[in-house]
Design a protein. Sequence first.
Length: 373
Amino acid sequence: MEPYTSISRSREVVWSAESTPCSPGFASDLFFFRVHRRHLHRGTRIGTVVFSDCSERTRTIFDSDDNRFHITTDGTVKLKRSVTLHNGHKIFSVHAWDSNGKKHTAFVRVEHQGRVNHQQHEDAEAIETESSMTLEFPKAGLRRRKRDWVIPPISLSENDPKGPYPKTVVQIKSNYAKETTMAYSISGEGADQPPVGIFSIAKSTGWLYVSRPLDREAKSKYVLFAHAYSPTDPLIKEDPMEVIVQVMDQNDNNPVFTQNPFLGSVPEASQIGFEFMTVNATDADDPDTDNADVRYSIINQIPLEPKPNMFDINPVSGAIRVIADGLDRETWPEYTLEIQVADQKGEGRMSKGKAIITVTDSNDSPPKFVQTS
C-alpha cells in the first residue's frame, strides 16, 4: 500500500500545440507539479506524465535521468528514495521510446509551494488549468499583493531542432480582452535588451515567439515583461507581468580536462593505497543534472611493467593512487596514463587526456667505492 501523503498534486501545466494528426511523443515538453513540502518521502506520488506512441499500447517503459524518481509504466512519477528540494524546485528529464524505437524526451519540474488560501488558489487558476499555451495577466485584486502572484517559468529545451522558426511559445492574454481590443508588447532580456531579438510578440494576438534555437550555456534564463494596453483608451492597461523563460539543458557539451597532460610524482617506495595526485574536468552542461555528472577512468598505462595495473583512479574525485608494488625509478622512471572522463555518470559524452607520473628516488641504492689506480 502506498504511504499516506498530504502532498497535493497540481494540474500539469501543459503547453501543447493545437490538435494535429497523431504523432508519437509526450503530451507536453514540460510537466509541472507543485508540492507543499520541501522534504519528500520515499514512495510519494508526485504526478503523472502522459505519453502516446499512437498504437494500442497502454503501458510504456520510462527512464528518468534522476534515479531518485521512478516512473511506472502508466506514467505515475514516484520517489524511490527521499528527496529534499534545497532550492525549492527540482528539474529532471524523462525518456520514453515509441513502438519504432525512437527516443522521446520531456522535462518534469517539481516545485515547492507553501499552502495557499482559497482565494489565492482561485487566482492561480489562470496558469494551472490545462488550457493550451495561455498565460493570463493576474486579476485586478492581485495588484494589492503582487508577491503572492507567481507565474511558473516557461521551460524551453535548448538546441530544439523542431521548426520552423520563429515558433510559438505561449499566448499572453489580458482580462480586458473580453471587453475591448487589446494590444501587446514585451520588454526585457532577449526582447529589447541584449541579446536583442530572440523573443517577439504579436501585437494583436499576444502570441509570444522565439526566433531561433536557444543555448543554455550562453544564457540559461530570460526575464521578460509582458505589457497589454488598449490602443483607443489610455486608461485601460495592465500592470507589467513578469514572464521567466528557463532554458532546459541538453547534453551537448563534452567534459573537458582542466589541463593536459597532468603532471605528478610518486616515491618509488610508496605503499599500496597511497594517493599522490588528482585530475579534474569540467562540464558546461547543467550542474544539477547527470549531463554534468562526470566519472574518471584509466584506459591505458605505459609502460605495462612491472604490472599492467600499477595505478587506480577514484571515478568520482579523480584521485590517482598506487595499487601494486614494484615501483622502481632506476628501471621505470616514468609512467604515462591515458585517462578518460565521461558525463552522465560515465555513460555519456567523453574526453581523453594524459597523466604523466615521475617516479622519484627513495635512496634505495647504496653508494659504491670506486677503485682508483
